[in-house]
Design a binder for this molecule. Sequence first.
Ligand code: KG4
Ligand code: ZN
Length: 357
Amino acid sequence: MKKDLTFLGIETSCDETAAAVVREDSDGNVKILSNVVSSQVDEHLEFGGVVPENAARSHAEKIDIIIKKAIEDSKCEFTKLDGVAATAGPGLLVCLMVGLSAGKSIAGILKKPFLAVNHLEGHALTPRIFNKIEFPYLLLLVSGGHTQFLIVEGIGRYKRIGTTIDDALGETFDKTAKMIGLEFPGGPKIEKLAENGNENTYVLPRPILNHPGCNLSFAGLKTAILQLSSKIKSEKDRENLAASFQKTINEILNVKCKSAMNEFSSRHQKSKKVFVISGGVAANKSIRNNLHKLSKEMGFENFFPPTELCSDNAAMIAWAGIERFKNGIEDNLEVLAKPRWPLDPKAPFLKGAGVKY
Ligand code: KG4
Ligand code: ZN
């Protein structure tokens, strides 16, 4: 008989110290019993970005408290856990080591299964917490460090069919925001400004839009904004630029998502057409509306994680741990952090390689 599975998840790959407890009951219903996220955004402001050593020190100072709070909030004792999952990569090595060591220690002391989770798999599987989404599905993963189209064939089985060849989309939002005087993280601030702007004010480049396939590029767009930024003086200028930028992103995503959907359909002719968008940028309402509309037009069912689970959190790590454990996977306590850990190891490394499409 199937039993409940309750996992503690731990996440410290970048600048969020997070812990969560997630339970799947014997009927397959999933509950997030606790979800504690402590952001270091304010601590990194004066340095203009995340300094790995500072981030790691901050994780080390907070991790015990965050885990304790996640356990208290969940009303589930340590001894009632069925397993512990911690992010092992990709991310900043010194940061990953903090959460990974904490996870391994707790699993070791409790003598419970330990799962070393790929942060990107956490994002990829999040929509399955609340929806019965079957494999395979098409995934657009859009975060601060990654922008990829993947076919999710199963747990631990990913085929990358497209990627950014330079900046990630979240990074493009953040850099654009910085160039017009907004603080990190810029994505939500650009979204807010864009609400009052005229999206037709600036015509911005859409790099490699007409190239075949579904690779993406944002570097040229960023350069164009840098050139424009000296002319952005008033709040209205900022709003108009934010709106024009967001419109351009939506245009790029429309074309590239369509290509990715066609690629998915040709590879999986008999499968249900499902398109999942996850990662921090998936919180953007304009992008959500745009891609929801596109999915409908293309005959794809469409899923986003709830907004609060788009950006980094440990509930997605606990859930990926549960999914992997149900698939018979367990890791030993010798597992090391992996700063670079692509979901599809066979896909060529394109970022910054100067490829044209
Ligand atoms: O997934 P995430 O929390 O961290 C990484 O794994 O990178 O993604 C963070 C990224 C940041 O670049 C942030 O600016 C972007 O997601 N982001 C957004 C929005 N909320 C967060 N971008 C656009 N619109 C938003 N509403
Ligand atoms: Zn992330």
